[in-house]
Design a protein around this ligand. Structure first.
Ligand code: LLP
Length: 404
């Protein structure tokens, strides 16, 4: 994660060595960085002793989930596939929560049969289905109800989930109605209030607003929730000048919330656990010079990493080898896909780089590989886990044979 004698290293292995040994494009994750992120997350919220359920959607690689389990986290899943892989990584069912607006009956049956901690229901119809399944099996199933607090997360519109125009959760009014209707059910037990207002949140203020709505609804309902699931959303620093979430302020807000409401807190972080632990190692296929800018055409593309094309996200792109010579011209890093939006980043004043050089796209550990596709019939990249001097393949590069 730093330059040693001008070469970029991930733990003790240089990006160039990875490129040579495993080919490009390749996703590379640092074992150490994941461990540090988990320990830091735990430390920041130590006083409230939360149950931390890693959001599997951000990175569902089995080996990464093995680390998540090894370091003591549970899982937040949103499909049968994610539930299966979390169980395969030996994450205990009593540490798994299941979220999502459209769980199918098959998914609900499966989750119930696995006795996971709780299912976060997002509509009355879903609760009816859960109750039916529970009744047929003569079981009492633990559920949470997701609240839509109508709170602006002050993040990208496309990754905001907590406003009334979003499909997620139930309005305060509906939440209270449903709570009242189902709190005495013989087949479901409402043990959790859940909420998640969005992703890449870098200010504690939206969380404060969200907690105020939660506080109010608890007061109004006079209901005792065993768990309050606050979701994830903690942002990371993609750009040097962007700001960081003040965890101590968020922690204090929760502490004061808990003084009046004695519940166990659940978090569902994804990005803050794995985001900055992943790198996409790519090679420069060509450099095309024009009067106004140089196009740096990489061998990775929007099918490998869609965040820039989909959200306008900016991921730093670092050279694998430093060069003191600067070129003061616009550089546009693009992929080879036949779409104008297949563009990673535009920078000025980049160092001198050449065709064949290796570059490192940073902070791609979350919502990177999981969002990759075979668009343009391009095989998906390999995934590599680096632990000190050891680099091992955790997903083989897709072969064209397997996709044709
Ligand atoms: N819990 C729920 C219910 C969620 O919907 C999400 C993310 C999380 C937890 C985890 O949020 P995190 O801690 O990672 O922010 N693909 C987008 C992000 C989509 C987030 C979807 N939900 C991106 O690349 O920015």
């Amino acid at each position: 994660m730093k330059y040693k004698k001008s070469h970029f290293y991930i733990e003790n292995i240089s990006a160039e060595r990875i490129a040579k040994q495993f080919g490009t494009p390749s996703y590379v994750y640092s074992y150490d960085k994941i461990k540090i992120n988990i320990n830091n997350f735990k430390k920041k919220f130590k006083a409230i002793d939360p149950l931390i359920c890693f959001s599997v959607k951000s990175n569902s690689n089995l080996q990464i989930l093995n680390l998540i389990n090894k370091f003591g986290l549970g899982a937040d899943v949103v499909s049968k596939g994610e539930l299966l892989i979390a169980l395969k990584a030996k994450i205990k069912p009593e540490k798994i929560v299941f979220s999502g607006v459209g769980k199918t009956i098959d998914e609900l049956k499966f989750a119930i049969s696995k006795k996971i901690l709780l299912i976060n229901a997002e509509s009355e119809n879903e609760i009816v289905e859960i109750e039916n399944i529970a009744k047929k099996n003569n079981k009492k199933v633990n559920i949470g109800i997701r609240l839509n607090p109508d709170t602006d997360a002050k993040t990208l519109k496309k990754i905001s989930t907590g406003q009334k125009e979003n499909k997620f959760g139930l309005t305060t009014k509906k939440f209270l109605e449903i709570l009242d209707k189902y709190k005495t059910s013989k087949f479901i037990s409402i043990i959790c209030l859940s909420v998640h207002i969005g992703s890449q949140i870098t200010s504690h203020v939206p969380y404060k607003n969200m907690l105020n709505v939660v506080k109010k609804i608890i007061q109004q309902s006079k209901y005792k929730f065993k768990y309050i699931d606050l979701g994830g959303g903690m942002g990371i620093k993609y750009e040097n000048r962007s700001k960081n979430l003040d965890y101590s302020k968020y922690n204090n807000l929760i502490k004061s919330f808990l003084k009046k409401n004695n519940s166990k807190i659940i978090f569902e972080p994804g990005r803050s656990i794995v985001g900055n632990a992943g790198y996409l190692i790519s090679k420069i296929t060509y450099i095309k010079q024009t009067n106004s800018k140089n196009f740096i055409i990489l061998d990775s593309a929007m099918n490998d990493l869609i965040r820039p094309a989909l959200y306008g996200a900016k991921h730093k792109i670092l050279p694998s080898k430093l060069n003191r010579k600067k070129i003061s011209k616009k550089h546009e890093f693009v992929g080879p896909i036949c779409e104008t939006t297949d563009k990673f980043l535009t920078v000025t004043n980049y160092q001198k780089i050449s065709q064949g050089d290796t570059v490192v796209i940073c902070d791609v550990g979350a919502y990177g590989m999981v969002l990759s596709s075979n668009y343009n019939l391009r095989p998906k990249p390999a995934e590599i886990l680096v632990n000190k001097n050891l680099a091992k393949i955790i997903t083989k590069r897709q072969k064209l044979n397997n996709i044709i």
